[in-house]
Unconditional design. Structure first.
Length: 448
C-alpha cells in the first residue's frame, strides 16, 4: 500500500490494478492480524467483495466510479451504516439498526470507496488513551513485543491504517480523538473546522466540538477525503509553507517527555535552517485551562444524552467512562452557557492573533505510546495539547515525525475555515520533515 489515494484510485479505475484483489489483500491482513491488534469490530467481507467486483466491472467498461474508485476503508463504529447497529464502543448503547448511512460515509461510497468494516473505539468516545475494558483495547502496531496503547478515541481506525489493514479510515475528533491516535500510531490525522463535514447519523459526544476526520498515510490523502466528506470537489493544493510560522514555546508545554520535546525542537530548527521565520506564539490561556473548559462543555452535553444510562449501575459501563459521564451533572445549564459565550470570545481573539501568524506548530501529545499497564488517565491528560484546537475551533492536523522508533506527532494548526491552506502547508511541511535523520533503536528501550 505504497501508493497515495489518488494514484491508487487511478490504477484501479484504469484496470492496472484490481479492486477485488486489493479487498482480498486487506481481508487477508485482517484475518492474520486482527486477533492480535483488535482494530476491527465487524468486517463486511461479503458486501466489500461485491462492491469490489462492481468497481472492477466499471473499470473494464471505462466508467470510473469516482476519485476513490474501488478503495477499501474502515469507519469508526459511531456512524449509521444501513443495516448495521453502531456500538459507540459500548455493550449497552442500543441505538438500533440504522436504516440509512450517514451522509459523510455515503459521500465516500458515492466517490467509489468500499466500506470494509467498522473499528473499535473508546466507550462513548470518552478518552484519549484508546482503552476499552469492556470491548477490548486495540494494540498499537508500533511495538510488536508489548501491548502499547494506540490513543483514542479513534483507536481502531488509527491501528487499521498504521498496520496497513486498509488504505484509510475515518474517526471522530471532539478533543483530539483523531490526532492523538494518529500521533501515537505514526499516521496522519486531520481535524477539520467544525461544520465542514456533516454529522448527521453520527452518535454525538458533544455537538459543540464534534467533528469527523480521516486517518491516512499522507497529508494529500487527508485533504482529499476531507473535501469528499464535505461534499466539495476534490482539490489538490500546491504544497506551500508560509515564510512566517508560529510555534508554541517549550515553557508552555511543560510537563512533556524529553524525547517528544527534543523531536519538536529539532523540527523548529530544521524549519529555521530552511529560511523560515519561526516566531513564538503563546495561546492566551494555559493548556490545562483550555482542557478544563472543553471538558466541562463536553461533560454537560454528554450527561444530557447518556446520564440516565450511566446512572443505571446494572449497565456494563467502564468505571472511568461512567465517572466522566456522571461528572456532567456538576455542570449546570447556566455554567454551560457561560462557557460557550467565553469560547466565542476566545475564538475571535485567536482569529485576530493568527492574522499575522497563520500557522502554529506544537507537539500533538506530551508523551509517546505507553504500555497498557502504564495507563494513567487520571494524572496524564493526553488531550492537553489537542483540546486547544477544539476549543478555539482551529483546523488541525497531526503529522508523524519520521525515523522515530516510537511515533511522535507534530500538530499543525491554522485559523478557522483555513482548511485548504492548512493542507497545503502541512503537505509542504511533511516534505521538510522527511529530512530529519532517523533516530537509533534505543528510543524504544528507553521507554521500557
Amino acid at each position: 500500500m505504497e501508493q497515495d489515494l489518488r494514484g491508487l484510485a487511478a490504477a484501479l479505475a484504469s484496470g492496472a490494478q484490481s479492486s477485488r484483489a486489493l479487498v482480498e489483500q486487506c481481508l487477508d491482513r485482517i484475518a492474520e492480524q486482527n486477533g492480535r491488534l483488535h482494530a476491527f469490530l465487524t468486517v463486511f467481507a461479503k458486501s466489500a467483495r461485491a462492491e469490489a467486483d462492481r468497481a472492477d466491472a466499471a473499470a473494464r467498461a471505462g466508467t470510473p466510479l469516482g476519485p476513490l474508485h474501488g478503495i477499501p476503508f474502515a469507519m469508526k463504529d459511531l456512524a449509521d451504516i444501513a443495516g448495521h447497529e453502531p456500538s459507540f464502543g459500548s455493550r449497552c448503547y442500543g441505538r438500533g439498526i440504522a436504516e440509512r448511512t450517514a451522509p459523510a460515509v455515503a459521500r465516500l461510497q458515492a466517490a467509489g470507496a468500499i466500506l470494509l468494516g467498522v473499528t473499535h473505539m473508546v466507550e462513548f468516545a470518552i478518552g484519549g488513551w484508546g482503552t476499552n475494558y469492556s470491548m477490548g483495547t486495540p494494540r498499537n502496531p508500533c511495538d510488536p513485543d508489548h501491548h502499547r496503547v494506540p490513543g483514542g478515541s479513534s483507536s481502531g481506525s488509527a491501528v487499521a491504517v498504521a498496520a496497513e489493514l486498509v488504505p484509510f479510515a475515518i474517526g471522530s475528533d471532539t478533543g483530539g480523538s483523531v490526532r492523538i491516535p494518529a500521533s501515537l500510531c505514526g499516521v496522519v490525522g486531520l481535524k477539520p473546522s467544525s461544520g465542514r463535514i456533516p454529522l448527521d447519523g453520527i452518535a454525538p459526544l458533544s455537538p459543540s466540538f464534534d467533528t469527523l476526520g480521516p486517518l491516512t498515510r499522507t497529508v494529500d490523502d487527508a485533504g482529499l477525503l476531507s473535501d469528499i466528506m464535505a461534499g466539495e470537489p476534490p482539490r489538490q493544493e500546491a504544497p506551500e509553507l508560509p515564510h512566517r510560522i508560529g510555534y508554541v514555546p517549550p515553557a508552555y508545554l511543560d510537563p512533556i517527555d524529553a524525547d517528544v520535546l527534543a523531536a519538536y525542537l529539532d523540527t523548529i530548527g530544521l524549519c529555521r535552517a530552511r529560511g523560515h521565520d519561526l516566531v513564538p506564539v503563546t495561546p492566551p490561556l494555559d493548556a490545562l485551562e483550555y482542557q478544563r473548559r472543553n471538558g466541562s462543555i463536553v461533560a454537560h452535553e454528554i450527561f444530557s444524552r447518556l446520564g440516565d444510562l450511566a446512572n443505571d449501575q446494572t449497565r456494563p459501563i467502564d468505571p472511568y467512562v461512567r465517572a466522566r459521564v456522571l461528572a456532567g451533572a456538576q455542570v449546570d445549564a447556566a455554567t454551560h452557557r457561560t462557557l460557550l459565550a467565553e469560547r466565542r470570545i476566545a475564538i475571535a481573539q485567536m482569529q485576530d492573533m493568527m492574522a499575522a501568524t497563520p500557522l502554529i506548530l506544537m507537539p500533538t501529545t506530551p508523551i509517546q505510546a505507553r504500555r497498557l499497564e502504564q495507563v494513567d488517565e487520571a494524572t496524564i491528560p493526553l488531550s492537553r495539547f489537542t483540546r486547544i484546537a477544539n476549543f478555539l475551533d482551529l483546523p488541525a492536523i497531526s503529522l508523524p515525525l519520521p525515523g522515530k522508533r516510537l511515533p511522535i506527532g507534530l500538530q499543525v494548526m491554522a485559523a478557522h475555515g483555513s482548511d485548504l491552506a492548512l493542507i497545503a502547508a502541512a503537505d509542504a511541511l511533511a516534505t521538510v520533515l522527511a529530512k530529519i535523520k532517523s533516530c537509533s533503536d534505543e528510543d524504544l528501550q528507553a521507554t521500557v
